[in-house]
Write a protein that binds this ligand. Structure first.
Ligand SMILES: Nc1ncnc2c1ncn2[C@@H]1O[C@H](COP(=O)(O)OP(=O)(O)O)[C@@H](O)[C@H]1O
Ligand SMILES: [Mg+2]
Length: 212
């Protein structure tokens, strides 16, 4: 369907979702079936169950001094992202979540415009090295709304999911993810704290930090 709003019926072709879930779920207890949605996280709280950072790098910080630097950081991050990765973007309005997502899209080779899907919840961008599933959960009242639209299934698909306002539907957040907390120490300055969780793959920090 190319770019545009993802309707619940617009599932991508290919392997059935259940198979994709098995591929990306690792040691999840529900790996042979549907996720247990009564749990806070798909596979429980990874910090307790698996140990924080196990199989993933420690938390580290990247700083930028302009929108362009933020986009360039997003581009470099995109180069290290893999099919099925989930990136959570946390930060106030104007923190730079959408600008970082624009960089990620550019880094994936997506050429079309990237706008915040605040009213559509999800925008699918195809045409790059990997599909980009750009979520904005700001208007959600909980994970149930995602489940009703089957939009949570994209989180287990083979694209890269980037989620703005993940706290609005925390129960739908997969156990393995990269959390990025953004704050603004000064007008044009942004600080990105990267926190891999679960079995998120290691990142090359040096390559990410090469800002200029
Ligand atoms: N270093 C920076 N990185 C990203 N955005 C910046 C930076 N400095 C200033 N800005 C401004 O902050 C705003 C970020 O907007 P946006 O990415 O839409 O935020 P969010 O999606 O978090 O609400 C833009 O107006 C942008 O021009
Ligand atoms: Mg935004």
């Amino acid at each position: 369907m190319g770019q545009g709003n993802a309707a619940p019926s617009a599932k991508r072709e290919g392997a059935p979702i259940a198979a994709l879930m098995r591929d990306t779920a690792g040691a999840c207890p529900w790996q042979s079936g549907a996720p247990d949605r009564s749990r806070r996280y798909s596979c429980g709280d990874n910090r307790r169950q698996y140990g924080y950072g196990k199989g993933a790098g420690p938390m580290f910080t990247v700083e930028t001094q302009s929108v362009e630097e933020t986009r360039a950081f997003g581009e470099r991050l995109a180069g290290q992202l893999r099919p099925g990765d989930v990136v959570l973007l946390e930060g106030d309005l104007g923190a730079g979540k959408s600008e970082l997502t624009r960089g990620i899209a550019r880094g994936l080779g997506i050429t079309g415009p990237v706008t915040s899907p605040t009213f559509t919840i999800l925008q699918v961008h195809e045409g790059g090295r990997l599909p980009l599933f750009h979520f904005d959960w700001y208007r959600l009242s909980g994970a149930d709304e995602l489940y009703e639209l089957s939009m949570d299934e994209y989180l287990y698909d083979r694209g890269v999911s980037v989620v703005e306002w993940p706290s609005m539907a925390q129960d739908a957040v997969p156990e393995t993810h990269l959390r990025i907390r953004i704050d603004a120490p000064a007008d044009n300055q942004r600080r990105f704290q990267l926190e891999p969780a679960g079995t998120f793959h290691a990142l090359d920090e040096r390559a990410l930090e090469a800002t200029r």
